[in-house]
Design a protein around this ligand. Structure first.
Ligand SMILES: *Cc1c(COP(=O)(O)O)cnc(C)c1O
Ligand SMILES: [Zn+2]
Length: 415
């Protein structure tokens, strides 16, 4: 916390000392989401190209001065979060018609999604405060991630999930030893119940939108991208959006780098939503305030009818001169198949939505063929095998003789 100047309310703009507030703005209440503001001139002494080149820590904690933690004491016991691979596409860029394309593989995090970056912070903060229970509501990944890292650090978790959460994610949580509360309702209901329970029992709150330190964890994706591309970022960064914390984190990371003098401009952010649940996209297209949406999409991680971090997410797109897009579930399934069959990467629906969004943005002329883009593959396909199965043609079983085999291979165009 050494380099934190203060917390600023995104609604009333008042600033607060971090020691005097717990989560949101005392004046504005739950809507008053706080932004962390840093002392960049002091930070320049510890976060600069030389310090980064000399760092041996290949995890998100290589940026710990830029994260809001009190001490680095517990970091070495954590599972390794971050410094996920960045791949340059060799074929996919050509087939979708863009000059240069990179894929940030967040499925390589310990619990298989980008949520680990926020959970890492939550666990460290809970330990700092001697809390023994951390709670959150989640469409699936935030919870499986929290359960994972809490287990490693000896903390208990209480987790609120909607009835529809995919079985792969629920299995993860259970296996990591979480207390599961499956709420008879959607994500909105799970969120509301978790909020009441957290207030009543005083647990540490890992609801990413209202806990300003968690978006700071998510910004490490942006910091890594910059380093992995030698501080020369692609024109566009494409990411799927539910609550809005991930896109807000990306923007914050680029904002920090800009103010530290490490990058010359902030790349454009493209926020991708699913047509079945697109409150940000609708608000943007119709130029109206955000309205509650149904949660009807296979991309469960971004099926968020009432986004909890609207101001930061909308500012991220606006301030980066980016855009919003919505795509159908069919395009998401196609993108899953494309990522797998052309780059060897297996994404869950919300993880492949970024590719589908990029393709749609190219089709609409929002992104031009001579530009460059990075897609964030936010989650692992193994978390949701039921939806992945939908990308598969029916599997034909053949007789166990060579004639049948050759006939089959011939049909498939292999021979
Ligand atoms: C959480 C999540 C997102 C979206 O992040 P938000 O902060 O909710 O906008 C996208 N993809 C995956 C796989 C996620 O788990
Ligand atoms: Zn306020």
């Amino acid at each position: 916390m050494k380099y934190v100047k203060h917390l600023r309310c995104t609604l009333c703009q008042k600033t607060f000392n971090p020691n005097h507030v717990s989560y949101t703005c005392p004046n504005c209440g739950i809507e008053g989401i706080l932004e962390v503001e840093f002392d960049y001139s002091a930070l320049k002494n510890v976060i600069n190209t030389k310090a980064l080149i000399n760092s041996h820590d290949f995890s998100m904690w290589r940026y710990s001065p830029l994260l809001c933690i009190e001490s680095t004491q517990n970091l070495s016991s954590m599972l390794k979060i971050g410094w996920t691979p960045l791949y340059r596409a060799n074929r996919l860029n050509k087939s979708i018609g863009i000059n240069e394309l990179y894929i940030k593989d967040e499925s390589a995090n310990p619990s298989g999604s980008t949520k680990d970056r926020a959970s890492g912070i939550a666990v460290i903060k809970a330990l700092e405060q001697n809390a023994s229970i951390i709670a959150c509501s989640s469409t699936g990944n935030a919870a499986s991630s929290l359960a994972c890292h809490a287990s490693r650090m000896g903390l208990k978790t209480v987790i609120f999930i909607p009835k529809r959460a995919p079985i792969g994610k629920v299995t993860q949580m259970s296996l990591y030893g979480a207390t599961l509360v499956s709420v008879d309702g959607d994500y909105k209901s799970a969120y509301q119940l978790s909020k009441k329970a957290i207030e009543q029992h005083g647990w540490y709150n890992r609801n990413a939108a209202i806990n300003p330190y968690l978006v700071e964890g998510k910004k490490t994706v942006a910091l890594e991208l910059a380093e992995q591309l030698n501080f020369s970022l692609t024109d566009w960064i494409v990411v799927s959006v539910g609550d809005g914390c991930t896109i807000a984190g990306l923007y914050k990371g680029f904002y920090d780098l800009f103010h530290l003098g490490l990058i010359k401009k902030i790349p454009h952010l493209l926020g991708v939503q699913s047509e079945g649940c697109a409150p940000f996209y609708q608000a943007y297209i119709n130029d109206e305030p955000l309205q509650e949406a149904l949660e009807d999409t296979i991309a469960d991680s971004i099926a968020v009818g009432i986004p909890r971090n609207p101001i930061k997410a909308m500012n991220a797109v606006k301030n980066s001169h980016g855009s919003w897009i919505a795509i159908s579930d069919i395009l998401i399934l196609n993108a899953m198949h494309t990522l797998g069959s052309s780059e060897g990467l297996f994404a869950e629906p919300a993880g492949a939505a970024s590719l589908a969004g990029l393709q749609e943005a190219l089709a609409k002329g929002i992104i031009k063929p001579d530009e460059s883009a990075t897609i964030i593959m936010t989650g692992n396909g193994l978390k949701d095998p039921k939806n992945a199965e939908k990308t598969m043609p029916p599997l034909k079983t053949i007789k166990d003789d060579l004639n049948s085999l050759n006939e089959y291979l011939n049909q498939k165009g292999v021979i």
